[in-house]
Design a protein around this ligand. Structure first.
Ligand SMILES: *Cc1c(COP(=O)(O)O)cnc(C)c1O
Length: 372
């Protein structure tokens, strides 16, 4: 069996350090925020190359806090793409603002920078690029458009810990960067977690207050309040795991290169990597017509795989009120139909990887792509 993700394999490699870190939290009884979370925020901001980091209880909360710190609210519009996890769009809607979608670019699947300006209106307040699958969006044109139209840039870097665009780390490029530490992310907590990073001291301070009931000091509530605090246990786990992140990321990048080599000329589309970026391969995404049949065939050989994401957000029933319809964003919709995520984690073995590639090739040979 080749699992899509193997958290147990990773745990085995860091078990002793994790256990002593957790015992440290038990001994200190700092279960909410506290020393470990405070230290982690500093270490993670440093890793991202930003002045400030504010830890929260999920990536969704990070996005919500960033939106509020950017003064986004009812009547505003926020531009993003429909090929993302629902959380990006949910966070926009929590503020009362309206998400406005633009399609993905057909090569790298991130926001199509040539389509952003046509979506800008008087009400537009921010652009939210998603660094999909771990590959940074084309940020220079995004920053340039934002500057000319006086818009905020909030990066959804939930899949892109340690990714780089022209030497700059994901999360540090726009005004605010949002990360998720959901267990399956490249840097995963043992539970839920998230962080906002920024160079703006004032916005960081606002988020620091809002995540803890908008308090300036105890019981002095000056801002809208949320209980978005990170647990002490998660801070302790994340501090241990952050020390391994570069090593794990390099392993992912090696696996990706190997998949790409083994799948050359196999008839499936392998990921294109922009020369401007360090892709961290949260997801190794291939594309193929008959994706569902391929997934079923892999399943028969006990190879797990995933889809990210089968329905672009504009077609989800929950956002029907926005008035979008099938055909509005053809690149995202095609990706939804054709994308398949192959097993990807640092501990993936050569044999596992070779077995996956072999089955994909085999299936493709016996099921040639329909010629169009
Ligand atoms: C995981 C993810 C989120 C949400 O993070 P949670 O920690 O699950 O709340 C947001 N955006 C993207 C692109 C994600 O992959």
């Amino acid at each position: 069996m080749v699992p899509y993700l193997d958290l147990k394999a990773q745990y085995q490699t860091i078990k002793d350090e994790i256990q002593s870190a957790l015992i440290g939290v038990l001994e200190s009884c700092q279960f909410v925020l506290g020393r470990e979370v405070g230290a982690f925020e500093k270490e993670f901001a440093n890793y991202c190359g930003t002045q400030h980091g504010v830890a929260v209880n999920s990536g969704t909360s990070a996005l919500h806090m960033a939106m509020l710190a950017a003064d986004i609210g009812p009547g505003d519009e926020v531009i993003t793409t429909p090929m993302t996890f629902v959380a990006t769009v949910a966070a926009i809607r929590y503020t009362g603002a309206r998400p406005v979608f633009v399609d993905c670019d057909p090569k790298y699947y991130n926001i199509d920078v040539t389509k952003i300006e046509a979506a800008i209106s008087e009400k537009t307040k921010a652009i939210v690029p998603i660094h999909l699958y771990g590959q940074p969006a084309d940020m220079d044109p995004v920053l340039d458009i934002a500057k000319r139209h006086n818009l905020m840039v909030i990066e959804d870097a939930a899949q892109a810990h340690g990714a780089e665009y022209k030497g700059r780390r994901a999360g540090s490029i726009g005004d605010l960067g949002c990360f998720s530490f959901y267990a399956g992310k490249n840097l995963g907590a043992y539970g839920e977690g998230g962080c906002v990073v920024t160079d703006n001291a004032e916005r960081a301070e606002k988020i620091r207050m809002m995540r803890d009931w908008g308090q300036k000091k105890k019981f002095e509530h000056v801002l809208p309040g949320f209980n978005y605090r990170m647990d002490g246990f998660q801070g302790a786990v994340l501090r241990v795991k952050l020390r391994y992140l570069e090593q794990w990321t390099e392993a992912r990048r090696r696996h990706a290169a190997q998949y790409t080599e083994l799948l050359a000329n196999s008839g499936v589309t392998v990921p294109a990597v922009s020369p401007d970026v360090r892709h961290v391969f949260h997801i190794y995404a291939i594309c193929s017509p008959n994706r569902d049949a391929l997934q079923a065939a892999l399943g028969e050989h006990e190879i797990q795989s995933g889809k990210h994401y089968p329905d672009p957000v504009h077609l989800l029933p929950v956002h029907g009120d926005l008035g979008y319809k099938p055909g509005d964003f053809p690149v995202a919709e095609q990706l939804g139909r054709e994308e398949l995520s192959l097993p990807m984690f640092a501990e993936l073995t050569e044999d596992q990887l070779a077995a996956v590639a072999q089955e994909v090739r085999q299936w493709r040979l016996s099921n040639p792509a329909p010629t169009s």
